[in-house]
Design a protein around this ligand. Sequence first.
Ligand code: FES
Ligand SMILES: [Fe+2]
Length: 347
Amino acid sequence: MSAFVRNQWYVAAYGTEVGRGLLARTILGEPIVFYRTTAGDVVALADRCVHRRFPLSESRLDGDRVVCGYHGFTYDPSGTCVSVPGQTRVPRTARVPSYPVAEQDSFVWVWIGDPARADNSLIPRAPWLADPAYTTVRGREPLAARYELLVDNLMDLSHETYLHGGYIGTPEVADTPITTEVDEERRVIYVSRHMADAACPPFYAKSTGIEGRITRWQDIEYHPPCLYLLHSRIAPAGVLPGADGTDPHGFHVEVVYAITPETEHSTHDFWAVARDFALGDQEVSDFLAENNRTVVLQDVEALDVLERVIQHEPDGYRELSVNIDTGGLAARRILEKMAEPDRAAAR
Ligand code: FES
Ligand SMILES: [Fe+2]
């Protein structure tokens, strides 16, 4: 298992979660407080007062400043302390770290590593989530397992057949071989499974209205460490996109996960399902939200169990990998590579 990859963008929250209150969230083991200024910009500060480490998230906002709830040290949005009680001089070292943040595709992204290296153009995209041509349902579940277990889980969808039977799993998912490609330079992993003639699971039968067998494509695109995209295409069996690339008879679902480590043994599991059909149909939205949350919780339950197993096993357990694991193994390899500079710096 690899260490944290620090010099990266991570999803900290949905934009709608951050407002004029103080939101506490731990990311990569660092307690952070998030809020919006009166102008609407997101601020992320270390959630520990420099004085006696009282959580700033348990404090209050005064305009754009945070006033510590214990003795009143007051911080501006850059983390600089601008006032301390009982004296006019503010010590030069009175400041808390501030984190670079960016809002994109409905998410608030935070950069945990060296702030000088934070470059907004490095944030991977999930444009469907903020695109009016799609209708999106979303959620966030706490996972009491290390993030690598969620990466493994999402890179190998053969588990849908067993863990999510009756929801999104059918026998064809486990039975159909995958192809895996790695773009080493851009650090993107692609895993595809195209089922030509498959049973339609309730998740898609109910939401699309298709009756009978389907052509079902699953094209995964993982941008390690944080962003996982599953491009899902559903159509009546045998119906394919046109030669020109248009696909008027296909139903497209973009499943997005943001995988953000909370601690070494827990993870923020952000999930969203964006569709290009039944736009604005509340019944379909409610069904997909409820159904996908159930599926996510099935994974959470399994991964929570796995985390406990791993924590209590003796060193040296050897896993056995097979063809379905090629995507997960590629992800592990790239995450290792990405974590190496941080590991070297810690030595
Ligand atoms: S702990 Fe914040 S002012 Fe004392
Ligand atoms: Fe799953």
